[in-house]
Design a protein. Structure first.
Length: 625
């Protein structure tokens, strides 16, 4: 997001900001439009002819300073979080307010129709805890849900654009639980800036425009989605103002009636009616979903301990099952350490080709294990998967001079680590999404939040709940439709009230008990590799957090080929990797990460993407001059 920048940002006074927040008004006023012409308006005029909501701090990829930090993909949303921090709110307050704002400005990636994972560090208690706000399947689903009568998998895209993949949303309940546990403000106050952005609008940037265009065809299958997101029959132009008064109304309802309006009230009834009988343009129809109001009422977010692993003496905290993020990132880092010992050369000292070779081998290995063991089932061997003993055993396949043949077999995380475990190779790459959004927050007290939220694909199921302005997720397509490897148990088949496996990897790193780094990314299964690569870039290769985000990415996930961005794939590094036997395909961009580095003396460096997805927005409360 983001094309607007006030020509001369005015630093607001504390009092004005506090007053703005108390009134539910994000104090983000002056907005310059990218052209000299007045921005074209979509939807209804802002109430009282109010201007669209902008941001005061500039949209930059790296900002250093103090007083708290927020990094997200969008400057309007980051500014909301900064305003909360500046007015005395804590990291949870800012994360929830920013997430709600992202639901307005990034409605194809996140929002109240989706789910996510919230990882929190409490600076006073020195404790990391998580909330699992993943969407859940209806109680009637079983492992045949996405199969044809002959047992084959249903067509993926047909399922996506229907009521069938819509899981019970977890996002509103996540916000409520996070604020109850760790917040210092009322949820109704924290959702006010988002309501205002929905009502008064924001200036459309090239990314929003393009995402709408890319989805225009499937959006037009659903008249309500077309009405809200294709005003005038087309994607809102870059530089125009986009307002979503229906979403403002939904947010107002959540503010005044609480999130039960969705889980037990009229918003929920409308949602269920639409899932069970999606409204499509005349002459077309899509499959109905099975969600009931009982599924909504029974939904709970879950407090969970994080996955904890150790790497270079640091404590890495990530998300547990049903995410494969915490174990995936932890295993990759452990494998890289194991390769150091096995080769006698440190990953920090090797050249770019050898570094990416190691990273690729570690990632492919971790994905073989993830695909075999991770899912929303009992008995996932989480502790073993992130143990150094398991990584040491798994590293026995590694060669510094040749890529391991793909697909790699999965290992045996059984606590008995003598030699190489072997088993059936798993050759099918589970589906990847490309959507989602990650935000990182640190407050002045050193509390931190890493929060990744999603509606799965960019544009989710493409179904908008009539009158409420938000798109429903298609998260249940994250289940495997059929077993990944015939004859091998697959923990990620659909089941009653089950949560689909995720790759989302909101990550918090502590160093000797001190908050060190907050990070995460969208990008489907590549989330795991992107997050691990940022950590390795920073801790192993000595890159600043900004440079670690900007560095070209590679994603190897145990398929016969691996993706790399052009700076790797199309240059000498790619040639070097190919010479080792890697099959590399060039892909324009991988991930859209955010991170915050906490320096030894508390200096905060917020980092976002310089260019991917149009660039993100890193902000701190008091920028260093
Ligand atoms: N649904 C994906 C997951 O939970 C995220 C989607 C994406 O980032 O594209 O892993």
């Amino acid at each position: 997001m983001g094309t607007l920048r006030s020509a001369a940002p005015v630093r607001p006074t504390r009092r004005r900001l506090a007053a703005g927040l108390a009134l539910g008004v994000a104090a983000t006023l002056a907005v310059a439009t990218p052209s000299t012409a007045a921005p074209q308006d979509h939807g209804h005029p802002g109430r009282g002819g109010r201007p669209p909501v902008g941001h005061q701090l500039p949209k930059v990829a790296v900002m250093t300073g103090s007083g708290g930090a927020v990094s997200s993909v969008d400057p309007v949303a980051s500014q909301v979080g900064i305003d909360v921090l500046r007015a005395g709110g804590n990291a949870t307050d800012a994360a929830v307010a920013t997430a709600a704002a992202l639901g307005v400005t990034e409605p194809y990636s996140t929002g109240i129709g989706g789910g996510g994972f919230f990882v929190h560090y409490d600076a006073r208690k020195h404790r990391v805890q998580t909330i699992d706000g993943r969407e859940a399947a209806p109680a009637t689903y079983d492992e045949n849900q996405f199969r044809n009568a002959d047992g084959t998998a249903k067509d993926f895209d047909t399922v996506v654009n229907s009521g069938q993949p819509v899981g019970v949303p977890g996002t509103p309940a996540t916000w409520e639980r996070a604020v109850d546990r760790w917040g210092s403000r009322r949820l109704s106050t924290l959702l006010a800036p988002a309501e205002r952005i929905a009502r008064d609008g924001f200036v459309v940037d090239a990314t929003f425009h393009q995402q709408t265009l890319d989805n225009a065809e499937r959006f037009s299958t659903f008249p309500e989605t077309a009405r809200v997101f294709l005003p005038g029959g087309t994607a809102p132009a870059t530089g125009s103002v986009f307002r979503n008064p229906d979403l403002a109304r939904a947010l107002r309802l959540l503010r005044t009636e609480g999130v039960d309006a969705l889980y037990r009230g009229r918003l929920g009834r409308d949602l269920v009616a639409q899932v069970r009988n999606p409204t499509t343009t005349p002459g077309t129809s899509v499959a109905a979903g099975e969600m009931t109001t009982r599924d909504l009422a029974r939904y709970r977010v879950l407090d969970k301990d994080p996955v904890h692993s150790r790497y270079r003496g640091k404590d890495i905290y990530g998300m547990p099952v049903p995410s494969s993020g915490g174990t995936g990132v932890g295993e990759i880092l452990n494998l890289v350490e194991a390769y150091d010992r096995r080769t006698g050369t440190k990953t920090s000292d090797v050249d770019a080709v050898q570094y990416l070779h190691r990273f690729s081998e570690a990632s492919a290995t971790a994905f073989a294990d993830r695909n075999r063991y991770l899912g929303d089932v009992r008995g996932v061997p989480v502790r073993e998967l992130v143990s150094q003993g398991f990584a040491d055993e798994r590293s026995c396949l590694f060669s510094a001079t040749a890529a391991m043949p793909r697909p790699l077999p999965f290992g045996s995380p059984d606590g008995d680590y003598a030699d190489c475990g072997t088993a059936t190779a798993s050759g099918v790459l589970p589906h990847d999404g490309t959507s989602t959004t990650h935000l990182s927050v640190v407050d002045r007290w050193g509390n931190a939040v890493a929060y990744t939220s999603t509606i799965e694909q960019t544009g989710g199921s493409a179904i908008t709940v009539p009158g409420w302005g938000f798109i429903l997720n298609n998260e249940l397509t994250d289940f495997d439709f059929v077993p990944v490897t015939p004859g091998v148990p697959d923990p990620n088949l659909p089941g009653p009230s089950k949560r689909p496996r995720s790759s989302m990897s909101p990550t918090i790193v502590l160093d000797d008990g001190r908050l060190d780094l907050v990070a995460g990314s969208p990008g489907g299964a590549s989330i795991i590799t992107t997050t691990a690569q940022i950590l390795l870039g920073h801790f192993e290769r000595g890159l600043s957090v900004g440079d670690a985000l900007a560095a070209p990415r590679l994603s190897s996930r145990n398929g016969t080929s691996e993706q790399a961005e052009p700076a790797i794939a199309d240059g000498p590094t790619g040639a070097g990797l190919r010479a080792l036997g890697h099959t590399i395909t060039s892909t324009p961009e991988i991930g859209a990460a955010t991170a915050i580095d906490v320096g030894r003396h508390g200096l905060l460096t917020a980092a976002a993407e310089p260019t991917r997805r149009g660039g993100g927005s890193a902000m701190v409360v008091w920028p260093r001059r």
